[in-house]
Design a binder for this molecule. Structure first.
Ligand code: PMV
Length: 306
């Protein structure tokens, strides 16, 4: 049998991380500069070949428990005991708020369903991938899997709205990696403890809701300046929720000092990536150089006009 190949791209949350857990809107986009590639080939024993683990599927470590369970459930549903070698290659840095775990699950689900000869829709892939994500992240809002499986920018409200929302703006988005692993699960848990302890933190969540809706209006109006202001304001609220970090704040400040219209952390935080917005490629390229000289481990530039 031929080798089956599948891939999935990373994602970036433009606005609404953390507040999305509380039923507030978020906007996210696929991040096609990074991707997961998987290959599946029939074999006598099921094996995984990845950067983190090479060996029998049954012996895969905790890091891969989500994937193991998703695979087990897929084979159970389709009553198959076929064996395979699964090869996983990634250019998405892990634990950086770029959707690496969602993309691995989505790419594997796509490849496995094809391997089993099952036709599928994006929603089916999202359902399978969410099995793995729940094990990895606890109680994810589902935004990562939605964006990664649909490969479209989305306006998202947990369990309610998944609206394709084209981000078409004459502006450049710089994504900068602190090189430090984010701590999504811990950050989500700490925000929950904060809002339980002191309801004043719910005001930050409500502010993030207003900002996500303003970001949407700014994008629809083609107003990059407004979107930039909204992004920086969102970052200040995320700082108050204690999910930023010194390295993220440094990259935000450096971006703002180098001509950014706005800047914020993206994803779960406490590490991971920062995004900043520019009205010209020249400014974005210059800022990129400065960020790389001053702490960013990697940078990607996205033009937001489709
Ligand atoms: O760190 P990431 O890319 O998995 O993003 C997490 C986004 C949160 O809103 C913090 C959590 C969630 O489940 O949506």
């Amino acid at each position: 049998m031929d080798t089956i190949k599948a891939k999935a791209y990373g994602k970036i949350i433009l606005i609404g991380e953390h507040s999305v857990v509380y039923g507030k809107p978020a906007i996210a986009l696929p991040f096609k500069a990074t991707q997961i590639d998987v290959e599946i080939k029939e074999s006598k024993v099921s094996l995984i070949d990845s950067k983190f683990f090479k060996g029998k599927l049954d012996e895969a470590p905790e890091l891969l428990y989500g994937i193991r369970e998703m695979i087990r459930r897929i084979f159970e549903k389709y009553k198959s005991d076929r064996k395979f070698v699964l090869t996983i290659k990634s250019t998405i840095p892990g634990e950086r708020g770029m959707g690496s775990s969602a993309a691995v699950s989505v790419a594997i689900a796509r490849a496995l369903l094809e391997f089993l000869g099952v036709s599928y829709k994006n929603e089916d892939i999202a359902q399978w991938a969410n099995i793995s994500e729940k094990i990895v992240h606890g109680n994810p809002s589902g935004i990562d899997v939605s964006v990664v499986s649909n490969e479209m920018s989305l306006y998202f409200i947990r369990n309610k709205v998944k609206e394709h929302f084209p981000i078409n703006l004459k502006a450049y988005l710089l994504v900068a990696d602190t090189g430090i692993m984010g701590k999504t699960k811990e950050a989500v848990r700490d925000v929950r403890n904060l809002v339980i302890k002191d309801r004043a933190y719910l005001d930050n969540i409500d502010t993030l809701e207003r900002l996500a809706n303003r970001a949407r209006q700014a994008i629809e109006a083609g107003d990059a300046v407004k979107l930039g202001q909204v992004m920086t304001h969102a970052h200040q609220n995320l700082q108050k929720l204690t999910v930023s970090s010194k390295e993220l704040d440094d990259l935000v400040n450096l971006s703002l000092a180098n001509g950014a219209l706005g800047a914020k952390m993206t994803g779960g935080g406490r590490g991971g990536c920062m995004i900043s917005l520019y009205d010209s490629q020249n400014k974005a390229e210059k800022a990129k150089e400065e960020l790389l000289k001053n702490g960013a481990k990697d940078c990607w530039l996205l033009y937001l006009e489709n």
